[in-house]
Structures are given as structure tokens and as C-alpha cells.
Design a protein around this ligand. Structure first.
Ligand code: HEM
Length: 198
């Protein structure tokens, strides 16, 4: 190659590399990798796609679907609320809840949701903070103890606190989860009040 050809070839290579970006800059599992920002709202990795995912009508979770976001799993649970049975027992220091289904897919989503929410509580990573009750729960995570046990058909959760106000928060949240099961999306759109301090 003569000098001119080499320059043209070099220039072409640089342009292609610049457009496609470095190979290691792939979006993460939920489009949140190094390129996540640019991808959001544009291509299939955008925010809308992230939230909708590959769920079909009626919130079915596809066989080969990518890992689901917390909001997708929550939407699935709300859509399948009629297949969910839940009991809540208030204790002096919290609640014990059993939430189950005979649909194995719902069981799996329930177990994933609760494991993910437990992690959020442990790491104080808020979700649904538009609702005052949820915002308040995430302000008090250091006082919450959560023990999760998988059952054959779902989850059994023991959630407790040594702090009287946090006990009220835990009990109100458990009651609201039961309302989510009873009323679905319309309940999730509502704001729920925080308990009185004493
Ligand atoms: C049918 C719908 C839903 C079901 C069946 C469900 C189920 C559960 C269960 C079993 C727990 C463990 C605590 C307990 O049993 O009280 C839990 C915790 C939690 N859920 Fe859900 N959930 C639903 C909807 C939602 C929605 C709409 C949100 C918010 C967008 C949400 C956010 C949370 C959070 C933040 C926690 C951890 C906080 C805590 O337990 O104090 N869930 N959920």
C-alpha cells in the first residue's frame, strides 16, 4: 500500500471503531452497562423496553426471556393476583406472612420478588418511593429484620423490629401487600399514609 492508501484505510478503521464503540462496552443485563444511557429510549435496550421486556399479553413471562426488572416482576404479580393466596398474622414485634400460588410461574416470581425486596431493604435501595409508606420503610431499613423461607408454593416471611414505630410500618406494609393482591394495579397507583409516631 502506498502512503495515501494507508491513510485512507486507517481513517476508515477509526470511523468504524468510533461508531460501533469498543467491544467491552456492552450494555449490562438490564441495559444498564456502560452504554446503557445512550441505549435508553433509543433501541430495544431502552427504558420502555426494559420495563415492558418480553412479557406478552396478560403479563406472561417468556420462556427464554432475559432477567426481569423488579417492576416487571411486580406487574406480573399484580396481573396474576387472582392466583395468589395470602395470610398475614400480626405479632407484637412485626408480622408473619404466607403468600402462595398453585401456578408454578407465579410461585417463582413471588420468590424472586421477595428475595429482591429483602436485598433492597438490606441495602436501603428504595423502590416505589412516590408512595409515602414505601418511602418511610426505606428510611427505617436499619431497624427491619426480614427472614424469608421458601415454601413449596411460595414464601413465608417473618418481618420484625425492636422499634415500636417500625413495627407499625411493617404491619401497614403487610396490609398494603394484601390490598395489592386484592385490588391489583389500582391499589398500586394509590398513596398509602404512614402511621402516627406514637
Ligand atoms: C400482587 C402484588 C404483590 C405481591 C404478591 C407482593 C408480595 C410481597 C411479599 C410476600 C413481601 C414480603 C413481606 C410481606 O409478606 O409482607 C413483599 C415485600 C415487598 N414488596 Fe411486594 N408484593 C406485591 C406488590 C408490590 C408492589 C406493587 C410493590 C412496589 C412497587 C412492592 C414492593 C415491595 C417491597 C419494597 C417489599 C419489602 C418491604 C417490606 O417487606 O417491608 N410489592 N412483597
Amino acid at each position: 500500500m502506498n502512503k495515501k492508501r494507508v491513510m485512507t484505510w486507517l481513517l476508515g478503521t477509526l470511523i468504524v471503531a468510533g461508531v460501533s464503540g469498543p467491544l467491552w462496552a456492552q450494555p449490562g443485563p438490564q441495559g444498564k452497562g456502560p452504554q446503557g444511557k445512550a441505549a435508553q429510549g433509543k433501541g430495544s435496550q431502552g427504558k420502555a423496553a426494559q420495563e415492558k421486556g418480553t412479557s406478552g399479553k396478560g403479563g406472561e413471562i417468556g420462556q427464554n426471556a432475559a432477567p426481569k426488572s423488579d417492576m416487571e416482576l411486580i406487574r406480573f404479580l399484580l396481573d396474576h393476583r387472582k392466583e395468589i393466596k395470602r395470610s398475614v398474622k400480626n405479632l407484637p414485634n412485626g408480622v408473619v406472612t404466607v403468600t402462595e400460588s398453585t401456578n408454578p410461574q407465579v410461585v417463582a416470581v413471588l420468590q424472586t420478588h421477595v428475595a429482591s425486596m429483602k436485598k433492597r431493604v438490606e441495602e436501603a435501595r428504595p423502590i416505589h418511593a412516590r408512595d409515602p409508606l414505601f418511602a418511610e420503610i426505606f428510611r427505617n431499613t436499619t431497624k427491619i429484620e426480614m427472614q424469608v423461607e421458601k415454601t413449596a408454593k411460595g414464601v413465608k416471611v417473618l418481618e420484625t423490629s425492636d422499634d415500636a414505630y417500625t413495627v407499625k410500618l411493617i404491619q401497614m406494609h403487610a396490609a398494603v401487600v394484601s390490598l395489592f393482591v386484592q385490588n391489583g394495579q389500582s391499589e398500586a397507583k394509590k398513596n398509602h399514609p404512614v402511621p402516627k409516631k406514637n
